[in-house]
Design a binder for this molecule. Structure first.
Ligand code: NAI
Length: 386
């Protein structure tokens, strides 16, 4: 069929298969262009189909010739509706990897479940023996635990409600948005979904299954951002979950010390992904940040970030961290001159000057690319197999 973009606020309900393939190909070409690096060789990526997880997988496969096993939660096409982006991305990734003789398999199912963990262990036993790198890159709205309880994550503050400027993506206006305060129950539920418990359970399942290599590394992704977004992010419900993730890294380091395991938190840069575009207030910060970072020549996308993480920071034995033990991939974003300029723009931005002061086009370009649209070399008037 002919697939056109149908955007509703922060989601696109249609997905272009050829465009998704192009999205993956461009990331692969970037990695190839940067040259090979020494990296881990048998990699499990949990949340491998979009955003940071996909970029990690591409960086390690095409940069370090790693065998990759990816876990994702994506919907196949039913013949009438297109599949989700991650489904097409993964098909494309697997094909490109296999063409180069790289091992690339993916399991589509709920990463929070016991079943998918057991299936992953079996797959590793059968094909790889063990894994020496485990990347935890899940962004999920809900989690059902093994006890059968379903928790929903929320994006709220942990104190009083918070009102700030926000970019209304529907009418392109700068309005005020208010983020409500979460109840204690909502804070705890968000920690259950986006905190470290499931990461810990994954490492436990891999260890018990005998598929965790000696001296393995595991990395989970986090975000901090500027003080401006603290109420909604760092000090909000999601921030509480990220603090739990950090505690989990410390716990994993203690628990698996004898195995030589190193557990890291990598604090990544703010980028438009399916998960992040749903957060209120944040898209305006993104669009201003893009403008400032592009002007200074320090802007990066997921693939540039992950090439730098695995090809530079983590490819040496003494990976540099902050005093909390976190790898700071947000170094360019948090640089003082960048933040100063972003805040200066933030204070004067309005509906009238939005497209001058913020990178509105850059924001939408990333957004459409996520769903396989607006690639100049893809013919969208042509019928495509969905
Ligand atoms: P994303 O939405 O692009 O990717 C999420 C991945 O998780 C997808 O592969 C999806 O299939 C998978 N997934 C979701 N629920 C699942 C489930 N139940 N079972 C199996 N797989 C499931 O999100 P993004 O932005 O790449 O986020 C990944 C991590 O990076 C998150 O921890 C996020 O907080 C973090 N991060 C994101 C930043 C951003 O600005 N986008 C900045 C810094 C950190």
């Amino acid at each position: 069929m002919i697939v056109e973009a149908k955007v509703r606020e922060f989601i696109c309900t249609t997905v272009h298969p050829t465009g998704c393939r192009e999205n993956v190909k461009r990331q692969i070409d970037y990695i190839k262009g940067k040259g090979k690096f020494q990296g881990k060789k048998r990699v499990l990526v949990i949340g491998a189909s979009t955003g940071y997880g996909l970029a990690s997988r591409i960086a390690l496969a095409f940069g370090a010739e790693a065998a990759t096993l990816g876990i994702m939660f994506e919907k196949e096409s039913n013949g009438k509706r297109t599949a989700t982006p991650g489904w097409y991305n993964t098909k494309a990734f697997e094909k490109f990897a296999q063409e180069e003789g790289l091992y690339a398999k993916s399991l589509n199912g709920d990463a929070f479940s016991e079943e998918i963990k057991a299936e992953t262990v079996r797959q590793i036993q059968k094909d790889l023996g063990n894994v020496d790198l485990v990347i935890y890159s899940l962004a999920a709205p809900r989690r059902t635990t093994k006890e059968g309880i379903t928790y929903h994550s929320v994006l709220k503050t942990c104190s009083q409600e918070f009102t700030e400027k926000s970019w209304n993506l529907r009418n392109n206006m700068i309005l005020k948005a208010t983020i409500p305060a979460a109840s204690q129950e909502e804070i705890e539920a968000t920690i259950k979904v986006m905190g470290g418990e499931d990461w810990y359970q994954w490492m436990d399942a891999l260890k018990k299954g005998g598929v965790l290599a000696k001296n393995a590394v595991t990395v989970a992704y986090s975000y901090i951002g500027p003080e401006l977004t603290y109420p909604v992010y760092y000090h909000g419900t999601i921030g509480m979950a990220k603090k739990d993730l950090e505690e989990t890294a410390k716990r994993l380091n203690r628990q698996y010390k004898e195995d030589g395991l190193l557990a890291y938190i990598s604090v990544n840069k703010a980028l438009v992904t399916q998960a992040s575009s749903a957060i209120p207030i944040v898209p305006l910060y993104f669009a201003i940040l893009y403008k400032v970072m592009k002007k200074k020549g320090v802007h990066e996308g997921c693939i540039e970030q992950m090439r730098r993480l695995y090809g530079e920071k983590l490819s040496v034995s003494d990976c540099s961290t902050d005093k909390e033990g976190r790898i700071r991939m947000d170094d360019y974003e948090m640089e003082e001159s960048v933040q100063q300029e972003v805040m200066e723009i933030w204070n004067r931005i309005s509906t009238e000057n939005l497209s001058d002061l913020a990178d509105v086009d850059g924001y939408w370009e990333d957004f459409y690319h996520m769903f396989g649209f607006r690639f100049e070399n893809v013919d969208y008037s042509k019928e495509v197999e969905i």
